[in-house]
Design a protein around this ligand. Structure first.
Ligand code: GLY
Ligand code: MN
Ligand code: MN
Length: 449
């Protein structure tokens, strides 16, 4: 369906190899498989850098790029074929599959890493490797470097310099190419449709996780194996908890519901937040808070273009949010003083947005190494997600505003002229939302037996 062309991975490796040059070698290791309970595990999510370079999905993988090596430049260590293990835990491509289907020049069983990998480091000046992800592998790398350095009778052959591999690959991942943007548009579309379904099928009396199920079923119906992050379905006061994902409360008639959910399609994330009233009609207080956030988001979208940076977008958003908080009766004082004191943080404690891509909070530095903020450029993808959250427990807030949480989040990609909003078609205005909430009956589609 959506699969990326294998040439795209080859092109990425070629780019990385060009950037590091023949004096260097780079190692990337897979993230570990996490235990869920006792002897069961969470579904495995491959590490994003390995996905970016190879599309290979298995745990325990080690990828080595060694430009100009006599046997090629792309080497892999993977789990070996094993009839018994495969019968229990699933098929493995093994080293042969890594060469035949993933284009490795040579591949070995991962248990051979101590025998084979040090030779790939020998004679290079610089090793690109990220310390701190896997202490056991870090110790091995250190041992290989020491062994190479002290090999008897041979000149020192170990890389002298160690550079964080993220510096180079995350810079590459920051600018999305056309094929990636196609996937991101699809991920955004599927995520937007799922939000629309949740609005349609919502009714008071169901559990938050029932809306989650509708959303995630839609993701899977459309080729997305997993959500890009744990779906947040917060009704009433739960909407004021930023990363709420218990999702087990019953939805009450007067609740405003905040849903922050996005699918991961071919490992590219959508990330959308929408809010809607369970009854289908905003109360006056919900309407006031919602309309304020909508206007703040619109202003941010209106100004988001190449040349601007995240700090400017954030500062402008803080200022507008402060103005709105005064108008809502949540803060008192002058905008300048309140911004200076960061009083807005009580109700808007997070950032206006983040990079989006293979990781939902995608990689790439927001600043240059001298600390200055980097400008947005065509191909960079960003979320725009202002919010106002007033916990039920906030006795300083007007009573009618307590227990209301609103965030509105869209996904944009910068173009040479401005940006493309990938999620604009997901219902967002008060009228569009009120027109749609509760228009379908969940029992008519999936009756409870
Ligand atoms: N869904 C996580 C976030 O919006 O940052
Ligand atoms: Mn986000
Ligand atoms: Mn989000």
């Amino acid at each position: 369906m959506y699969s990326l062309d294998p040439d795209i991975f080859a092109q990425r490796r070629a780019d990385l190899i060009d950037r590091i040059g023949e004096e260097s070698v780079a190692i990337f290791t897979a993230s570990p498989h996490q235990t869920r309970s006792k002897d069961t595990r969470f579904p495995y999510r491959p590490s994003s850098d390995i996905l970016y370079l190879t599309g290979f999905r298995e745990p325990e993988t080690v990828v080595v790029l060694a430009p100009g090596h006599e046997d090629g430049d792309f080497f892999m260590f993977v789990r070996p074929r094993d009839e018994d293990a495969e019968r229990w835990d699933g098929r493995r491509p093994g080293p042969e599959g890594a060469c035949d289907d993933w284009g490795a020049d040579q591949a070995w069983p991962v248990d051979d890493v101590d025998d084979k990998l040090p030779e790939l480091l020998a004679g290079r000046d610089t090793l690109y490797y990220t310390l701190g992800n896997d202490s056991e592998f870090d110790a091995r790398v250190t041992r290989w470097l020491n062994e190479l350095r002290h090999r008897r009778g041979k000149p020192p052959a170990a890389p002298e310099k160690l550079v964080d591999a993220r510096d180079i690959i995350h810079e590459m991942r920051l600018r999305k190419r056309p094929a990636e943007l196609e996937l991101m548009r699809e991920a955004a579309d599927v995520s937007a449709q799922a939000h629309e379904l949740a609005m349609k099928y919502c009714r008071p009396g169901i559990r938050e996780y029932e809306l989650q199920a509708i959303i995630e079923y839609h993701f899977q119906r459309h080729g997305s194996e997993f959500p890009a992050y744990p779906s947040i379905v917060g009704s009433g006061d739960n909407a004021t908890i930023l990363h709420y994902n218990e999702n087990r409360d019953t939805i009450e008639p007067d609740d405003l519901i905040l849903i922050d959910a996005g699918c991961e399609l071919e490992f590219y994330a959508g990330d959308i937040t929408r809010c809607f009233p369970a009854s289908g009609e905003f109360s006056p207080a919900q309407r006031d808070v919602y309309q304020s956030v909508l206007e703040i988001q619109k202003a941010a979208l209106d100004e988001a273009e190449p040349g601007m940076n995240l700090d400017e977008l954030q500062s402008n958003c803080e200022r507008r949010t402060t103005r709105a908080l005064i108008d809502l009766g949540l803060l008192e004082g002058s905008v300048d003083e309140l911004v200076e004191e960061e009083a807005f943080k009580q109700y808007f404690p997070h950032k206006i947005g983040h990079w989006l891509g293979i990781d939902v909070h995608d990689v790439g530095p927001y600043r240059h190494t001298d600390g200055s903020w980097r400008s947005f450029e065509a191909g960079m993808a960003l979320t725009v997600e202002p919010g106002i959250y007033i916990p039920e427990s906030d006795e300083s807030a007007p009573a009618e505003l307590r227990g209301i949480g609103v965030r509105i989040e869209d996904d944009i990609v910068f173009t040479s002229q401005g940006h493309e909003n990938l999620t604009d078609h997901c219902p967002k205005s008060i009228d569009a939302i009120e027109d749609i909430v509760g228009t379908e009956d969940i029992d008519s589609v999936l009756p409870v037996q």
